[in-house]
Write a protein that binds this ligand. Structure first.
Ligand SMILES: NC(=O)c1ccc[n+]([C@@H]2O[C@H](COP(=O)([O-])OP(=O)(O)OC[C@H]3O[C@@H](n4cnc5c(N)ncnc54)[C@H](OP(=O)(O)O)[C@@H]3O)[C@@H](O)[C@H]2O)c1
Length: 432
């Protein structure tokens, strides 16, 4: 077993960015972090720019321009992939490391969400470990909780805030009253958002993470490309304010829920009751709510990114590779993994928030109520609120749970009413 008969465990690290440098600093400070496992030593590294100034000393480590060559190097025991991306060099290097008999630790959610099942087969058929704790929720051990601690329970749903950038933007929009574009620009200046924020604000980053959590929660394979994804680009300040007036906060919620005929995995801006713990997770925090048949409700929250927290999760995986080298990659062995996400349950009913912008004239409220009643959609709460800086009058309502087809048909009929000044805006109400 790796490390047990050796005084030091040799690590090769591909990627010396935020997480890679964090890991090198952690290991330099605490090379003996593996309980009873001897010293951990980074013996070889790889990144794109050899001459880049980095906040770590790599002078005693072998340098590889190519992560695939590092992955094949016989002088390392564990290959740590911290480059990122579902394709290209990250995937090639992880495959090469497994081909050459090395355990792999990665923080790469895109790779695991898209190719996790295939890589798990490959690793397990060779008796090798593949670990990815840092890929979901950074420093919060969500993977371990679902894969190990809750293995005796039957999970019904997991729902969470899995993208710190989106949560930061929504939190700041509400606090400052500034619109999405202004807060995004601010977040980029402060380093809370990437120069290219598409994966974060478009919901794909959270989509990859919930695909992985769904696989662990429901014993399937991750199916990153089958997640329903809607990002926060279209969340308007007016909806944040009106949702607040109705007693809700808008959050980007990633959810995996077991229904009667499948598991639905989705990412949507969602209205959460103000007193729910997920509504109170502010700024760049990540948070996860887990419903288990036996345990009931669990809530975990913490830093979902950053050099220190993410490096600590990678280090825990290195320790796990030594302690439990034969543990399956997902909850059960790769050859017995079922479908992770499956089709959206057909008969699922959900409540929604609808914002209508209407001309201020008699008969409008009656026309809206009639249209909803005709569509079989019943109103839970209703608010007509004139806002100082808005010319037409917003009417917002929340509905009792209804089938998706009834909601869609009713929305089309509402949009066609002559009093409407804009297309209706629809958002989901939390069922958590
Ligand atoms: N940042 C976080 O807080 C966080 C949290 C959880 C998970 N993760 C995941 O951790 C991984 C790394 O993230 P990061 O934030 O550390 O990324 P990053 O700061 O962008 O660093 C990426 C590193 O990969 C290297 N690299 C890129 N392309 C390469 C290539 N073709 N050949 C060799 N090296 C290459 C870069 O080299 P140069 O430095 O020379 O450009 C850089 O050192 C990603 O999968 C990410 O999703 C990150």
């Amino acid at each position: 077993m790796i490390g047990q008969d050796k005084r030091s465990l040799r690590i090769g690290v591909a990627g010396l960015g935020t997480v890679g440098q964090g890991l090198l600093r952690l290991i330099a400070r605490r090379p003996d972090f593996v309980p009873g496992g001897g010293r951990v030593e980074v013996t070889a590294v790889s990144a794109r720019r050899r001459g880049a100034v980095r906040n770590v000393d790599t002078s005693q480590m072998a340098w590889f321009d190519d992560p695939v060559a590092l992955a094949r190097c016989p002088d390392i025991d564990v290959f740590v992939e911290l480059v990122g991306g579902s394709e290209g060099v990250a995937r090639q290097a992880v495959t090469a490391a497994l081909e050459s008999g090395k355990a792999v630790v990665t923080a790469n959610k895109a790779l695991i969400a898209q190719h996790g099942a295939e890589l798990a087969h490959f690793a397990e058929s060779r008796g090798l470990a593949l670990r990815f704790e840092a890929a979901v929720m950074g420093g919060v051990p969500a993977v371990k909780i679902l894969r190990e601690a809750l293995v005796g329970d039957e999970i019904e749903a997991v729902a969470g805030i899995l993208n710190g950038t989106s949560n930061y933007i929504l939190t700041e929009m509400e606090a400052s009253g500034l619109d999405f574009d202004r807060i995004l620009a601010q977040a980029q200046t402060l380093g809370y958002a990437e120069a290219d924020p598409a994966a974060d604000i478009g919901g794909w980053d959270a989509g990859h993470k919930i695909a992985i959590l769904a696989a662990l929660a429901f014993g399937g394979a991750p199916e990153g490309s089958r997640v329903e994804v809607e990002g926060i680009e279209s969340v308007e300040l007016i909806d944040i304010r009106l949702a607040g007036a109705l007693g809700f906060r808008i959050k980007l919620i990633a959810m995996a829920r077991k229904g009667r005929d499948g598991v639905r995995v989705s990412v949507h801006p969602t209205l959460i009751p103000l007193d729910h713990p997920l509504a109170r997770a502010a700024g760049a925090l990540n948070a996860l709510f887990i419903h288990g048949a036996e345990v009931g409700e669990l809530f975990i929250q913490g830093p979902g990114a950053g050099a220190g927290p993410t490096a600590a999760a990678v280090a825990a995986d290195i320790a796990d590779v030594i302690a439990n080298p034969k543990r399956p990659v997902f909850q059960s062995p790769a050859m017995s993994l079922g479908q992770g996400t499956g089709p959206r349950p057909a008969r699922e009913r959900e409540g929604v928030y609808i914002r209508l912008m209407v001309r201020d004239e008699p008969g409008v409220v009656a026309a809206i109520s009639e249209t909803l009643a005709e569509g079989g959609v019943s109103i839970d709460s209703f608010l007509q609120k004139r806002l100082e800086d808005v010319t037409s009058v917003p009417i917002v309502l929340t509905t009792h749970p209804a089938e998706a087809a009834a909601i869609t048909g009713t929305l089309a009929r509402l949009a066609a009413l002559p009093c409407m000044t804009q297309s209706p805006r629809l958002m989901r109400l939390a069922r958590i």
